[in-house]
Design a protein around this ligand. Structure first.
Ligand SMILES: [Zn+2]
Length: 488
């Protein structure tokens, strides 16, 4: 890392990751007296690129004075253990709910990487055996250890310092920060960073990721005011979501329709947030007697542990959830809802022929228990696969969304005869209109930096904001900008 330049009237901001793409969010704020890392997300790519990008730093980890974390999604916090392994010893500031979620999510990420390393080792061993057997055209994959292990992840947790929304805290000698509700997932924050310069206090806003109004369980995003600069996400910079009310109606119709034909509803769901949101939506439909009381199974050990964190952190959730809890009820427990623990119990659901709802991981149907549920349901037209989250290209989830006639599960082909329903309205990200409105209300005096979006989405938001007369830029990866404070 370059020596800290002792400029007393300006800061520098470097966009290290999560620009012109949606993974690996990380930015470095260099103030007159310190280096502050904003988010440290894991970058996703093919194996070699994944390893290279996540272990190449534009700074020495031991030179970082503080880390501020917006939320517990892996693409925002997932590289913390790697940095810790490479010498990061700074305090990591996050809301207490984010800290609790990070403990689970980072350990799970470490576990996935350990499994992947084991798998690669096995492949390499096979390739070596083949070579010995004179099959010389088999390249051995490069064997390296996991990016980090579960143990690394848990060690890094000792650096977390939990805070609450609205609590202004000292980050470094010349910087303070305040977290406010981002309305994105439990504990997620939009952040206000204030840096003391010789010319005044520079106010930098960070709204990455930014949620939406009226999402189930969550409060609406807080607008940051009186900013000099705003760093804003652009995941859906060119798109408009359908309304949340529509999601409730679709969910209700799908359940009734499937129960009427005595089928099962399989919902591949991300363990964090989406699973809890769907449970909550089902609980509300049951309470309003809009759906029959059929068994609901949450078949994901991680989702079960994450739900426990939600139970302990209801004070982060909206008024409706708090009222429910005050009345003695729980948004995550109702008659007929069961959190499945063992593999045996999970497999037993295959022979249970009653109409039921099964929520299982992984969210994109690439691994996990959802695979055997899909294998047992997709061929029959009385069943439904309900997709409630984003499905990336080249995943089984995307092939189901595309309603391909035949899908491969565990290496075997299966006809896709089940009904496939997609609910996009539960997205936790602001859409174009929300983002434009947010930038308009926050009205930063000196400019908006657009990050966290694929090129065309970022470009679309850039055009929309420029049309409103805002000073907008779309930084490139590793681009550095100088931030000044104009106020006196
Ligand atoms: Zn997020």
């Amino acid at each position: 890392m370059k020596k800290v330049r002792r400029d007393i009237d300006r800061c520098r901001l470097q966009f290290l990751g999560g620009v012109r793409t949606v993974t690996g969010s990380s930015h470095l704020l260099t103030t007159p007296k310190s280096h502050v890392l904003i988010d440290a997300g894991l970058f996703y790519g093919r194996r070699a690129e994944f390893y290279r990008v996540n272990t190449t730093f534009a700074f020495l980890p031991q030179h970082i004075d503080a880390v501020v974390l917006s939320h517990a999604h892996i693409d925002h916090c997932g590289n913390i253990p790697t940095l810790f392994k490479h010498g990061l010893r700074a305090k990591i500031y996050a809301t207490s709910a984010t800290r609790d979620l990070c403990k689970l999510m980072l350990a799970d990420s470490g576990h996935i990487q350990e499994e992947d390393a084991r798998y690669l080792k096995k492949l390499a061993h096979k390739a070596r055996s083949r070579r010995r057997g004179r099959e010389r055209n088999h390249e051995a994959p490069e064997v390296r250890g996991p990016l980090y292990t579960q143990r690394d992840a848990l060690r890094a947790m000792t650096k977390f310092r939990p805070l609450h929304y609205g609590q202004r805290f000292k980050v470094t000698a010349d910087t303070t920060a305040t977290f406010y509700d981002a309305g994105h997932i439990l504990g997620a924050s939009v952040m206000l960073l204030e840096v003391r310069l010789s010319t005044g206090v520079l106010r930098l806003g960070y709204a990455v990721d930014l949620g939406r109004k009226e999402l189930p369980m969550l409060n609406d995003p807080v607008v940051l005011y009186d900013l000099d600069y705003l760093i804003l996400e652009s995941t859906y910079g060119g798109r408009k979501h359908s309304s949340i009310k529509e999601a409730d109606k679709t969910l209700c119709d799908v359940i009734n329709r499937t129960v009427a034909r005595r089928g099962k509803i399989v919902i591949p769901a991300f363990a964090l947030e989406r699973t809890q949101e769907v449970i909550y939506c089902i609980a509300r439909l049951l309470e309003a007697r809009l759906i029959p009381s059929i068994p609901v199974f949450v078949d994901s050990p991680l989702a079960t542990r994450v739900t426990d964190v939600f139970r302990r952190n209801v004070h982060y959730l909206d008024r409706h959830v708090k009222d429910l809890v005050k009345s003695g009820a729980s948004p995550f427990d109702f008659v007929n809802l069961r959190y499945v623990q063992s593999q045996a119990e999970s497999k037993a659901l295959n022979v249970d022929k009653r109409p039921m709802i099964i929520l299982a991981g992984s969210g994109m149907c690439e691994a996990g228990r959802v695979l055997h549920h899909l294998k047992n349901t997709v061929t029959e037209s009385r069943n439904t696969v309900l997709v409630v989250g984003y499905m990336a290209r080249d995943t089984l989830g995307k092939r189901i969304v595309d309603k391909e006639k035949v899908v491969r599960i565990y290496g075997m082909e299966h006809e896709l005869n089940a009904e496939v329903v997609v609910i996009n309205a539960l997205s936790g990200h602001a859409d174009r209109d929300d983002l434009v409105r947010y930038a308009r209300e926050a009205k930063p005096k000196q400019g908006v930096f657009l990050v966290h979006g694929d090129e065309d989405e970022t470009r679309a938001l850039y055009d929309a904001l420029t049309a409103e007369g805002a000073a907008v830029s779309m930084p490139q990866k590793e681009e550095e900008v100088v931030l000044r404070c104009l106020r006196r």
